[in-house]
Structure formats: structure tokens, C-alpha cells
Unconditional design. Structure first.
Ligand code: GBH
Length: 521
């Protein structure tokens, strides 16, 4: 099924909402032992292993303790038509808001010492205004203090995302949310408020999660909240996410860094875009695709201060405002690390078969040989992970900006029921082993400076428009039990062992890594 709908006469503006066509006959679909092989062994000392979640996907308690409505609350509760499979919503999700001990306990049992999660903006500032005159929720503020204290007691280091897609609805209603530049100031006020309140406890800040998804799906294609469409909203949104990140960075840098001594960065999502062939036109098309999905944020922040030339050449200024010289200076260097969410790879072919460079159009392809996950867009292609890490190092310099892998994982669909959960997920262990093994090659052979690896996700949760149908968790969540009981999948034990020993054991090889002492019920 092609989900992408061209807008007007515009040429397909890319990627995550354009399904790939399977059946590439590229030689790259064939196994390649040299490319595909991995080995067991230890990671550099101090390497960090982490789990990730996001507030809207796990917390529930959507109207508890004065929390304001956000755009996903509204979007997932609309019923005519429903935007989420089977009309599900995140009202209760994993009920993590009232099960903090369960979540912290699960991580502690697995020996995981880092946790990436997000704050719910509307839980802290119900109407989205966090400035001095804004309304702040005492109960919401206390909640994250309690949670951070529990993490600290369990010796788990927090990585906090400020924005994982849950804009306060009030800001959407007032001025159109991310499509309006007022959001930049409101995000700045929110960031300042949060640094002020929690900066003693949190030393790793991620401003925005996957702005590309926020804007392309939420404001361009309309599949995600708030469901708007068109190049105007989409590219204004994109522009404002860059400016909002830059603003939050400078606030941290000038007002808090000296006292709090933490780190701040942004997380971007990208596939690896491999040219379908060695034709120059296919290589150029792949580069354009990288520019669209990654370079749009990474170039301004880590490389030039401005958008990639291929983007500026294709997107008119009525849709995408141009950066002023002053903005370019303010943008450049505004991060302490490079946050990467990576899941899958696509092959890219230029728009015709003759090898002509068509300039603005291209096709995403997949190999029928690639194992498909429970999510239609996700194919397990481990070697692409090594290539994207190496591309980021070469383009953005991982010695200057260490790479934090802030998400990587794989889903199942329809496997098991709450009465008979699928806990023996050897296929998921296989996926993690190979992705982690390819990351190890990037570190050892390509000298890429990767410092953190984060598994998505700690537990099965609300997977946006597919609701509870796609399970990314290393823990099984029983969504039919009132308490949302969780169970360890085999992959959780595998990940715990990997983290505890700081060492990858490739299937069948038990000799290389030190023994781990996991104490799991
Ligand atoms: C991440 O996005 C998110 O950060 C996280 O919240 C999410 O749970 C996790 O991955 C797993 O999906 O609707 O068919 O057009 C990963 C990038 C971008 C992949 C949006 C799916 C939607 C495809 N995602 N895309 S479709």
C-alpha cells in the first residue's frame, strides 16, 4: 500500500511516509559475508546502555492531577474518522504515571543504568505557557521529581527528552502550533522552566525527538497529530523546530550550563539511504534523501548553520523561510552530542531507469530478502546501521559531536496474546545482536565515536497510529490487566546481559564475554 499522497503538483517530498517498493534487484540484496559478519566482544569502557520510552506512549493518566490536553490526546480520541487503528488511544497506555516502581524495578533488575524518557509538556504547564506568568501544575512538577528521585535511588542516569510529540493543545488552538513561529518562544520558556526545576537532577537533555516525523506526518501528510497537510505548514514546522532547538540550547548554555554542568542535544531519525546501484544518479538521489531526512536538521546545527543546498534548491521560500546570516551563526554548534534514532535502510533509485539525474524525484526500494518487522516500514538491515554511523562521523565529526544512539529496535505484530504472551523472541535477539554487532564494527573499524546505545523500548506501549498492535518492548505489557503487568521477554535478558558485561555475545558464543549475574524472576 502506498500511503503517500502527492500534494498538488508537488513532487513527492520523501521518505518515512512513502512506503518502499519491495523487489529491488540490486546486487546489494544478496548476502555479503564481509559486510554482514559480526563478532563477539567488549565495548569501550564507559559505553552506556539504555532503554527509551516517551510520555504519551506510556504514562496514561491523560487527565489526572490537572494535566492539560495535548495534540495526541485530542487526535487519538477523535472518532469520526478514527486516526488510530481500532480507534485506540493513549488515555491509559501502560499507566506508567501510577506505576513508577514497576518501571524502575524492571530496569534495575536488568542492570540497566541509563533511561531515556520524555516530560509531558502539558502535565507541567497545562496550557503550554511555562513563563513566569504561565500556569504551572504542582502535581505534575512533583511527579517528575518523584520519578527522578526513584531513578537516582536505583542508580539509573536520566536522559530527558523535552518534546516527544505531545504539544499542548492550547498552543495548537491559539496559533497553529509548530506551524507558527510563536512556538519557538513558548518552547524556550518551557525549556527554561524545566532546566530551572530539574537541572540539578538531569545532566542529559534532548530537546526534540524526530522533528521530521512531527512535521512531515503531523503538519505535512496529516497522518499524525495534529493532522494538518500541505507544504506551508510542513516546512514552517520544520523551520520552527530548528529554531526552537537552537533557542533551548542557548538558554541552557548561557543560563544553566555553568552551574548545572550537563549536556544538551537533539535527536534526529533517519534511515540509511543506500544507492540502489553504482550509477552516479542513484548516488545523488540517495544524498538528496539523506539531506531531506537528516541534513535538514544536522547541517544547520552541526555543519554549516544552514539547510543543505539540495533542500534550498527544491523548496521555495514561501514554504521554507530562509535563514538569515545572524540565524546561521546562532545555529551552528548548538549541541553537545548527536542524537540518532535509527531503525531501517532503503535503497534509492533516481526517478527514471536511464541513470539520468532527475534532480528532485526518486524511488525508495527494499529487498524482498530483508526480514520485515511487525511494522510495515521496518526491515531488519543491520549493515545499514554501520553505514549511517560512519556517514554521520564523516559528515558531522563524531569526535566533536559524540553519537548517542537514542533509539533502535524492532516490533512484532499479532504474536501472542495477553493470556499467552510471546516471551521467547529469539528473532528479536537476532535483530539486536546484529545491529549492535554492526555498531561495534563502526566503533572498531571505522573509528566512529559512539557513546550510548538505547533500545526502543523498555516495554510494549502505545505505538501511535497503530495503537497497541505493534509491540516494540523488551518487556511484554499486558494491556488487558488493570495494573498493566509486565513480563521479561528473552530479549530483555539478552539486553541486560549485554549491558551488564558491556560485551556482545553473538549467538552460540558464550566464551568471550564475562559472566553476568542477572537476578530475574
Ligand atoms: C520512533 O519513530 C519514535 O520516536 C517512537 O516514538 C516510536 O514508538 C518508535 O520509533 C517506533 O516506531 O505511518 O506508515 O507513514 C521511528 C520513525 C517515523 C517510523 C514514522 C514510522 C510512520 C510510518 N517512525 N513512521 S507511516
Amino acid at each position: 500500500m502506498k500511503l503517500f499522497v502527492p500534494i498538488g503538483t508537488a513532487v513527492a517530498w520523501h521518505s518515512t511516509y512513502q512506503d518502499v517498493e519491495l523487489g529491488s534487484e540490486s546486487a546489494k540484496c544478496q548476502p555479503d559475508p564481509d559486510r554482514d559478519s559480526i563478532t563477539s566482544g567488549e565495548f569501550p569502557k564507559g559505553f552506556k546502555w539504555s532503554f527509551a520510552t516517551a510520555a504519551y506512549q506510556i504514562e496514561g493518566a491523560y487527565d489526572k492531577d490537572g494535566k492539560g490536553q495535548n495534540i495526541w490526546d485530542k487526535f487519538s480520541n477523535e472518532n469520526n474518522p478514527c486516526h488510530v487503528e481500532d480507534c485506540q488511544n493513549g488515555n491509559d497506555a501502560c499507566k506508567s504515571y501510577m506505576n513508577m516502581d514497576r518501571d524502575v524495578g524492571n530496569m534495575a533488575k536488568l542492570g540497566i543504568e541509563n533511561y531515556r524518557f520524555s516530560f509531558s509538556w502539558a502535565r507541567l504547564c497545562p496550557k503550554g505557557k511555562c513563563g513566569v506568568t504561565g500556569e504551572h501544575s504542582a502535581a505534575g512538577i512533583k511527579h517528575y521529581h518523584d520519578f527522578l528521585d526513584k531513578l537516582q535511588a536505583a542508580n539509573i542516569e536520566p536522559f530527558v527528552t523535552l518534546y516527544h510529540w505531545d504539544l499542548p493543545q492550547a498552543l495548537q488552538d491559539e496559533y497553529g502550533g509548530w506551524a507558527n513561529e510563536t512556538v519557538v518562544d513558548d518552547f524556550g520558556d518551557y525549556a527554561r522552566f524545566v532546566f530551572q526545576e530539574y537541572g540539578d537532577k538531569v545532566k542529559n537533555w534532548i530537546t526534540l525527538n524526530e522533528s521530521e516525523v512531527v512535521c512531515d506526518l503531523g503538519y505535512g501528510a496529516g497522518f499524525f497529530a495534529p493532522g494538518l497537510t500541505g507544504w506551508g505548514p510542513q516546512f514552517h514546522c520544520r523551520h520552527h523546530t530548528v529554531l526552537a532547538h537552537v533557542k533551548a540550547y542557548h538558554i541552557y548554555d548561557s543560563e544553566f550550563r555553568a552551574r548545572q554542568g550537563g549536556r544538551i542535544g537533539i535527536t534526529m531519525n533517519t534511515n540509511w539511504y543506500e544507492p540502489n546501484s553504482d550509477l552516479q544518479a542513484d548516488k545523488d538521489a540517495s544524498q538528496r534523501w539523506m539531506d531531506d531526512q537528516l541534513g535538514f536538521w544536522a547541517d544547520p546545527i552541526y555543519r554549516t548553520g544552514d539547510y543543505p543546498p539540495s533542500v534550498l534548491a527544491r523548496i521555495p521560500d514561501w514554504a521554507l523561510p530562509r535563514m538569515t546570516d545572524e540565524q546561521k551563526k546562532l545555529n551552528l554548534g548548538t549541541a553537545d552530542f548527536f542524537g540518532l534514532n535509527h531503525y531501517t535502510t532503503s535503497l534509492v533509485k533516481d526517478c527514471d531507469n536511464n541513470g539520468n539525474n532527475c534532480g528532485s524525484s526518486w524511488t525508495g526500494l527494499g529487498c524482498s530478502e530483508w526480514p520485515q518487522a511487525g511494522s510495515g516500514w521496518l526491515f531488519s538491515v543491520p549493515w545499514g546501521f554501520r553505514r549511517i554511523l560512519s556517514y554521520i562521523d564523516q559528515t558531522y565529526d563524531s569526535n566533536k559531536y559524540p553519537i548517542f544512539v537514542t533509539e533502535n529496535g524492532i516490533s512484532s505484530r499479532g504474536n501472542g496474546t495477553d493470556l499467552n504472551p510471546e516471551l521467547d523472541d529469539a528473532w528479536r535477539i537476532h535483530h539486536y545482536t546484529n545491529y549492535i554487532g554492526q555498531m561495534k564494527r563502526a566503533i572498531e573499524e571505522d573509528k566512529v565515536n559512539v557513546q550510548v546505545y538505547t533500545a526502543w523500548s523498555l516495554m510494549d506501549n502505545f505505538e501511535w497510529t497503530t495503537g497497541y498492535h505493534e509491540r516494540f518492548g523488551l518487556m511484554w505489557t499486558n494491556f488487558t490487566s488493570d495494573e498493566r503487568h509486565t513480563y521479561f521477554k528473552d530479549s530483555a535478558r539478552f539486553f541486560g546481559r549485554t549491558a551488564m558485561t558491556n560485551c556482545l555475545s553473538v549467538e552460540g558464543d558464550t566464551s568471550t564475554c564475562p559472566k553476568a549475574f542477572l537476578n530475574l524472576e
